[in-house]
Write a protein that binds this ligand. Sequence first.
Ligand code: GLC
Length: 434
Amino acid sequence: MMATTDELHLERMRRSVSELYERNRQRGHAAWCDREYDFVCPSHVTYPFQWFWDSCFHAIVLSHLDVARAESEIEGLLANQQPDGFIGHVTFWQREAFLDELATYAIAYRTPYLSDCIQPPLLAEAVAAVATRGRGVAYLREVLPAVRRYYDWLRDLRDPDRDGLIAVLQADETGLDHSPKFDAELGLSGDAEEDFTAAWHRVADEYAEVNRDPAGMFALDRFNVEDVMVNTIYAENLRVLGELLGQAGDPDGAEDFAARARRTTAALVAKCWDSTAGLFWDLAGHAERPLRTSTVTSLFPLLLADLDESIAARLAAQLEDPAAYGSPWPVPSVAMAEPSFMPGLAGADLVWRGATWVNTNWYLCRGLRRHGRPELARRIEDSTVELIERHGFREYYDTLTGEGHGAPDFGWSALILDLLEARTREESGHGTRR
Ligand code: GLC
C-alpha cells in the first residue's frame, strides 16, 4: 500500500526529531545531589538546563520515540521536588559548566541549583503520555504520589483567594515572559530589553525582602495574576490526573481531581470570559482587574472539552479572523490588531510579542479537534509542519513571513510530531485522540 503524504511527513519528522533530541541530550552525574541526569534541554545553544514545561513537552514527544528516555525526563523533574511538593521551573544540573550563560539570566533561585518559580503545570499530561505508550499502571503507581503532591502544592500555596484559579507571582512563571499583556502591570511602554530586566527586578527585589515567602509575596500584591493559559493548563491537568488516579485504582482521588478540574473551568468562565469581546482575560491583583490585551492566552480555554460550545465557536472564529489570529503563518501569540503586536523578532531577546510558537499551536489544534473543528486544526498543523520543514526547529516563527527566530534546535517545536502521530492514527481508524 502507498504511504500517504501524512505518513511521509511523519517518517521524515520522526527522523529529524530523533536527531534533534540526540543533539540536545544532557547526561551526566550531578555531584550536588549525587544523582544521574538524562534530559533534553530546550536548546543546547541558549538553554542548556532542564526547564519544567519544556521538559513536559519533551517527555510527550519522547513517548513516541523512546519511552525509557521519556521516563528519565520526568524523573529529572521529580528528582528535586521539595518536601512540600514544589518543583522549581529550572533545574541547573550542570550549572558549573555554563556560568557565562547563567550570568545573562534573570531568575529567582531557591538554591543555586533550583529556581524558585513555577511554570505552566502540564506534568500530569506528560505522565499520561509516558504511561500510555510505556509501562501503564505500573509506572503510574510509581510517580502519581509525587505528581499529586505537586498539584496539592499549587492549590494550597498558589490559590490564596481559594477561587479555583491559581496565581503567578512573576511574568516568567506563565512561560510567556515578555507578553505585552503584562506591560501595563509592569509599567512598561516599549520594547527595550533593559526595561524588561529592570521591571523583573522591581518585582523580584521586593519579594527578596519578604524572603520569597509565598504568603508575604501575595500580601505585597506586586504581581499577582490569574493567567488564563496557566489556569486552562491547570484545569486540563487536574482532569487528566483524575483519570490517571482512576486507572491506578484510586476512585476517591479520581473524583476529587475531577471535581477540582470542573471548579477551575467554571471559575475561568465565570470570572475571565468577556462575552462582549469574545475573549478570556487574565485577572490582576487582589481586585482581579482584567488585563484586556488580546493574546493567544485569551483563546486557550478552547482546549477544555467541557467548555460551552457557544464559547468555543467564538474562540474558533477569532482564529479565522484575518484581523485577529488568522495570520499567514498562524497562530500569532498576540492578536494582530493589538498596537503592541510584533510579527517576528521583537528586539534582541524579547519573546511572546506576536510571533508563532509550536507549543501554543499544539494546544489550540487539540482544542479545535475536541470542539469539532478538525479542518481548521489541520490547516494550522499543516502550516506548522511547513514552518519546521522550511526553517528548522526554531524557538518561534514570524507570523507574517514564516521566518524562524530565537534559539536554534529548539526542543518543544518537536511537538508537531505528537500532532502528526495523533492525526495519522485517528485518520487510519486506530483510536481517538485524547
Ligand atoms: C523562554 C520561554 C519559556 C521557556 C524558556 C526555555 O524563557 O519564554 O517559556 O520555558 O525560554 O525554553
